[in-house]
Ligand binder design. Structure first.
Ligand code: GTP
Ligand code: NA
Ligand code: MG
Length: 443
């Protein structure tokens, strides 16, 4: 009885996996939306947060008769990018993870980033569920939209069942080689789980989705008494800092515990040091929509954890106050970014994507030095800075503008001074354009 009155927060669930295993598609399938098709190049470039209210999850798991009492308000699910140049985003995002969903493509098995994730999960001692996605790729698969996986498997021809068993056995073996015991979840009779559960799914037609949601609910039931009890101490992590239309500079955060209220003082890292400001507006997407999608936001006076929140804040109240912790974090970031005497000028929409782009350029196969960088739209002053290279190393007199606008005055002065601006939404596309340009110069 007491449980009913316990104050619980929503678990924070990270969805991880090698590139293109279907992480975003799985979330789309649960939400019934299509973020995946709207992404540049089908690659997730930022972390998105979605709140799934418990009523929706109950509805989706009805067929499995999950009925038991559950008092968490819902789940906060965070999508992460799979591409290797985003490993900084992944490690940053995973620090507040309660449970993870590790997605594996049933046709491909364990891949490079699956192993990288297993290491991250190990480091954080995080619980996780393994999803074997894309079961519809098994030859001859008969679709059973949104069916529990056991039921869907029953409908399949013998050959399909055999291929399924063979691939499952193989993947269980691959995990074993990584030191992890796994088992098809409905064969798992253990209560005190040394085996990690495997759920086969199809993110296109929804087979196995009820099972996945059920496992999340069961996990939450088990953990209710320990880690999900709400506490008033603020735990919050920043995912992205970016300019949002109509709201100025905004900060996307995940609030894992405590309250945030309008007017609360906050400290953030700026390019020139710490910024002390206050919360002007607390914004959330509507439930089941995600933070990345452009839709009108709900305004709140206060928000209780767990939630993904967009914070809008004025540029800074009190520049005098020095805040050591924020300074230290900024110093760490600045150190990670090597500035060179000769190099290109890099500009991105957020700190996360800036780091990702710079990591990508550092990659030995790419190896383009960076002279300086900035966040936000490309302005005249950025072109001026980049134009320093015209005298030093002409081919580097270039701006890589990743997922940002280029202002008309910047275009104008770039044309006059022959600074090249490369604009793209997908990192590889910038690289391709630049390579073609350099080859052109050499001819
Ligand atoms: P990144 O964010 O780039 O790491 O990829 P992701 O893991 O989010 O994969 P995404 O959802 O972008 O899906 C990659 C491709 O696989 C897309 O073309 C999807 O339509 C396809 N896909 C995802 N899930 C399934 C599935 O269950 N079955 C089939 N047949 N295709 C799928
Ligand atoms: Na993808
Ligand atoms: Mg994705």
């Amino acid at each position: 009885k007491a449980e009913k009155y316990m104050d619980l927060r929503s678990p924070i669930c990270y969805i991880l996996g090698h590139v293109d295993t279907g992480k975003t598609k799985l979330l789309d399938c649960i939400r019934c939306t299509n973020v995946q098709r709207g992404e540049a190049g089908g690659i997730t470039q930022q972390i998105g947060a979605t709140f799934f209210p418990i009523e929706n999850i109950r509805e989706r798991t009805k067929e499995l008769k999950a009925g038991a009492a559950l008092h968490v308000p819902g789940f906060l699910v965070i999508d992460t990018p799979g591409h290797q140049s985003f490993s900084n985003l992944r490690t940053r995002g995973s620090s507040l993870c309660d449970i993870a969903i590790l997605v594996v493509d049933i046709m491909r098995g364990i891949q490079a980033q699956t192993i990288e994730y297993l290491n991250i999960l190990e480091r954080h001692k995080a619980d996780f569920i393994i999803v074997l996605n894309k079961v519809d790729r098994l030859f001859g698969w008969k679709r059973c939209p949104n069916a529990p996986i056991k039921k869907a498997l029953k409908q399949q021809a013998e050959g399909v069942k055999m291929e399924f068993d063979a691939r499952l056995t193989d993947i269980v073996m691959q995990f074993k080689m990584q030191g992890i015991n796994t088992i098809l979840y409905y064969r798992n009779k253990e209560i005190d789980c040394t085996y990690k559960n495997i759920v086969p799914t199809c993110a296109i037609s929804g087979e196995g989705i009820p099972d996945l949601l059920l496992l999340l609910v069961q996990w939450a039931q088990k953990k209710m008494k320990e880690r999900l009890i709400f506490s008033n101490n603020i735990e919050c992590t920043v995912l992205e800092v970016k300019v949002t239309e109509g709201h100025g500079t905004t900060i996307d955060v995940v609030l894992a515990n405590g309250f945030l209220r309008e007017g609360d003082q906050i400290v953030t890292c700026g390019m020139q040091g710490p910024i002390v400001t206050h919360i002007r507006a607390l914004l959330t997407p509507h439930p089941m929509k995600e933070l990345r999608i452009k839709c009108p936001y709900q305004h709140h006076k206060e928000i209780k954890a767990s939630q993904g929140i967009k914070i809008s804040a004025p540029p800074g109240d009190d520049q005098e106050k020095s805040v050591n912790k924020a300074m230290a974090e900024m110093a760490v970031l600045m150190n990670r970014i090597d500035k060179n005497n000769d190099g290109v000028y890099v500009q991105a929409s957020s700190l996360g994507s800036l780091e990702a782009l710079i990591e990508f350029l550092k990659n030995p196969a790419v190896n383009i030095p960076v002279y300086d960088f900035n966040i936000g739209p490309v302005h005249r002053k950025d072109v001026m800075k980049a134009s320093v290279m015209l005298e030093k190393k002409k081919e580097y007199a270039a701006i890589f503008a990743f997922d940002v606008k280029v202002m008309p005055d910047a275009h104008e002065i770039a044309n006059e001074s022959s600074v090249k601006i490369f604009v793209a939404d997908v990192i590889y596309h910038i690289f391709d354009q630049f390579t073609t340009y350099i080859e052109g110069l050499r001819e």
